[in-house]
Design a protein around this ligand. Structure first.
Ligand SMILES: [Zn+2]
Ligand SMILES: [Zn+2]
Length: 275
């Protein structure tokens, strides 16, 4: 199983970082977690064309995590040589998000159907809404949904993806909570979106300070990783943006609490687990 950080950015525009998205490749499936800014470009960087995406899994509907879902839907549809459905999993509300996205895309779908004789149907997006405790099978992989805490955003889910002996926990945006601990327990890789509390506190903006109460800090990610006994902690969604050369400084904050491997870096940073 490969776990690839496609986009390590956040809502803050960064010329070097795409928005939040993580790719899990296992058992022949390409499973895309979230669809942040530039996700289709980074998928290509990982060697995956849109029509090769097996399923999209949404953690929550904050715009930075879903803003390029429309690009995934359109590119998957137009680049598939034969009609093939796109599976989308997510919390309650995902079906409405997909329907609204398809309404937005309706003019484009119309142009392409009129222009291409061999295209006679629009995008076929098959949505499955999941609640905490639900599970789904994606190819040879097992997906399980866990409750996370990112209030006032509700609902939010973290996902455990299993293929053979490989287990990855994709936490999404959340503060430490029981659901997160359960999600991560015994995982080979735990991917956590993080903020640097010390740096955010220095920014004199009320709106920026607001983010402190609903994200894991780097230290908290290390504490969760230690409690859950994970093998590798992967940090992503760096707020403020991780500056070149600052990787060790960020890593040290988590390493004060967690003695396992800590991985962070640029877009397309990858960890491989034995299946
Ligand atoms: Zn969020
Ligand atoms: Zn976010």
């Amino acid at each position: 199983m490969d776990i690839i950080l496609l986009g390590t950015g956040s809502p803050i525009p960064d010329p070097r970082r795409a928005g939040p998205a993580t790719l899990v490749r296992a058992g022949g499936a390409n499973i895309l977690f979230d669809c942040g800014r530039g996700v289709v470009m980074r998928l290509a960087g990982a060697g995956v064309l849109p029509q090769q995406v097996t399923a999209v899994v949404i953690t929550h509907m904050h715009s930075d995590h879903v803003c390029d879902l429309n690009d995934v839907i359109t590119s998957h549809w137009v680049m598939s040589p034969r009609p093939q459905p796109l599976a989308v999993y997510g919390p309650v509300g995902t079906a409405e998000l997909v329907q609204a996205t398809l309404r937005m895309l309706a003019p484009d779908v119309g142009y392409r159907l009129e222009h291409h004789d061999d295209l006679d149907a629009g995008p076929d997006v098959v949505v499955t809404e999941l609640a905490p405790g639900d599970a789904a099978r994606i190819g040879a992989c097992q997906l399980a949904a866990y409750p996370t805490e990112h209030a006032p955003v509700r609902p939010t889910l973290g996902f455990r993806i299993t293929h053979g002996a490989a287990i990855a926990a994709i936490a999404g945006d959340t503060i430490p909570c029981e659901g997160l601990d359960a999600l991560c327990t015994g995982a080979g890789v735990y991917v956590q979106t993080v903020i640097r509390q010390d740096l955010v506190r220095r920014v004199p903006s009320r709106r920026f300070q607001d983010i402190l109460d609903y994200h894991s800090t780097v230290e908290q990610a290390g504490q969760t990783a230690a409690r859950a006994g994970v093998g590798t902690l992967m940090l992503t969604h760096y707020v403020p943006p991780l500056q070149p050369g600052a990787e060790d400084e960020w890593r040290a904050l988590a390493a004060a609490h967690f003695s396992g491997e800590i991985v962070l870096g640029d877009d397309l940073t990858q960890v491989t687990l034995a299946d």
